[in-house]
Design a protein around this ligand. Structure first.
Ligand SMILES: [Ca+2]
Length: 470
């Protein structure tokens, strides 16, 4: 089906009905905005009136909205590498947040030199992967990395410019990005380091990069993955005030909703800049969350003004962890539409490559959305989307099978979650479970033992095994 659509699209291009070029012979500029730890429900345009997201809502209003987007992971690093490669975690190999010897093992390493040597072994994975910045560079794109990025120096993924260099951030950076070793040495935490200042402190690195690229008449790509609305939920008071004006906000939601308001304001600043520079017609903006996050009513011990995550969100195989709406904003070429078909974040890299007129390597699993959004037709075949859940620490590099905890698939209304082993990690579910997530979005009623459920689960299990049999 996809090949047919791709050919139809190529024909349209040939016949001159579709013009991807933004200006003469130039592919468009692209900004990938990635929210860090934001649940799919927590956007005005997704129907939540308690959050303050006017700028994201405006992108949705004037752009393409995929309401039923899925992420292959419910935690940062594997999900972000999928957004860099168009591959599932078991394909790109970065299935963990922390390689061996694990998060606390890193901190026990004896010196910064040893830490760098051990951590650098992980970076070979992105160096070998089909990374988006490297592929875009083939057609002359400049690319900028800002914010969340776990793969060491920005050049490891092929970015031409960037903020993250795998060095300890300055001591004035109070919100993270640093790790202190047993000998007292400060090193890069590894999740973005000084790059985490983007959005929280300033947007200037992005604005400066765009200014220089425009001056050089180069197409450009920006990775904007601010450490927002991620904890610490320490937004300036004005964002608490803004968030508190919304109807129905509960106490335990306020710190997180303030961080969402802060994140949304940075999107507003970005849009204002593009508009004032006359760049909106030549720039495609794409939005996704890296994983979900929802607040519980339990306060954090160290920061009692904040609340712990709800255990059904981040790290879990449930929709609160693995869903995100996706947006594509390019009013000059794409008319506003909402789509309800299932799509995956593995599709974002091939979609960007399609926009840039770069051929996607065969190793990329996702499917470009351009045939659908340019032709304005819903896909005729019903698609399944997949995901894989692991503990944060890897026991081995390059072998995700050893650590696999859950796989899931959704097709149509139904979602099957398959745990691994007798006592699956975190015990989210202890046996295969089947939910109708359209009628039961909270995934509370297991249908697997009903007569209808048995047959659906058998079909979905076959889809999982066909997708990946470890
Ligand atoms: Ca995250």
């Amino acid at each position: 089906m996809f090949m047919i659509m791709k050919h139809a699209y190529a024909l349209l291009l040939l016949l001159g009905f579709v013009h991807i070029q933004a200006k003469e012979n130039d592919p468009p500029n692209i900004i990938l905005i990635i929210a860090d730890d934001q649940c799919y429900t927590d956007f005005g345009f997704m129907g939540n009136e308690s959050v303050h997201t006017p700028h994201l809502d405006q992108l949705a209003q004037n752009g393409i909205v995929f309401e039923n987007g899925y992420l292959p992971s419910s935690v940062c690093r594997p999900s972000l590498v999928t957004l860099l490669t168009g591959q599932y975690p078991h394909e790109h190999g970065v299935h963990f947040n922390h390689g061996p010897p694990g998060n606390s093992g890193y901190s026990r390493l004896r010196s910064s030199n040893e830490y760098k040597r051990v951590r650098s072994q992980e970076f070979g994975l992105i160096e070998q992967a089909p990374s988006l910045p490297r592929l875009l560079q083939k057609t002359g794109y400049r690319s900028l990395q800002t914010g969340k990025f776990w793969e060491g120096h920005f050049r490891n993924a092929g970015f031409t410019h960037g903020m993250t260099t795998f060095e300890a951030p300055p001591e004035s950076q109070t919100f993270g990005g640093v790790r202190t070793l047993a000998n007292g040495e400060r090193v890069a935490h590894g999740n973005g380091d000084v790059g985490l200042q983007i959005g929280r402190k300033s947007m200037d690195p992005i604005f400066d990069f765009i200014g220089e690229a425009e001056k050089a008449d180069s197409s450009w790509f920006v990775w904007y993955a601010p450490y927002l609305p991620h904890q610490p939920h320490d937004s300036p008071q004005r964002f608490y005030d803004l968030a508190a004006t919304r109807p129905g906000v509960e106490d335990h939601e306020l710190p997180y909703f303030a961080s969402i308001a802060e994140f949304d304001a940075t999107v507003g600043a970005l849009m204002e800049k593009l508009e004032s520079q006359g760049l909106l017609d030549t720039t495609v903006i794409i939005f996704a969350s890296d994983n979900g996050w929802s607040p519980s009513t339990t306060r954090e011990k160290k920061r009692p003004e904040e609340f712990k995550k709800n255990d059904r969100s981040k790290r879990a195989p449930f929709d609160e962890g693995v869903r995100s709406p996706f947006l594509i904003h390019w009013p000059a070429r794409l008319s506003a539409e909402r789509h309800s078909n299932l799509v995956s974040s593995v599709d974002i890299v091939p979609t960007i490559l399609n926009l840039a007129n770069v051929e996607a390597p065969a190793a990329i699993s996702g499917q470009s959305w351009l045939p659908q959004i340019l032709n304005g037709e819903e896909p005729k075949t019903e698609r399944a989307v997949f995901g894989e859940i692991y503990p944060g620490d890897a026991s081995d590099l390059g072998d995700p099978r050893k650590d696999l905890a859950y796989r899931f698939v959704r097709k149509g209304a139904f979602k099957l979650i398959l745990p691994e082993g007798k006592t699956p990690w975190q015990r989210y579910v202890l046996k295969p479970v089947l939910f109708n997530v359209e009628t039961d979005p909270g995934e509370t009623v297991d249908l697997i033992d009903t007569p209808e459920g048995k047959a659906i689960a058998a079909e979905l299990k076959q889809l999982i095994l066909h997708w990946w049999r470890p």
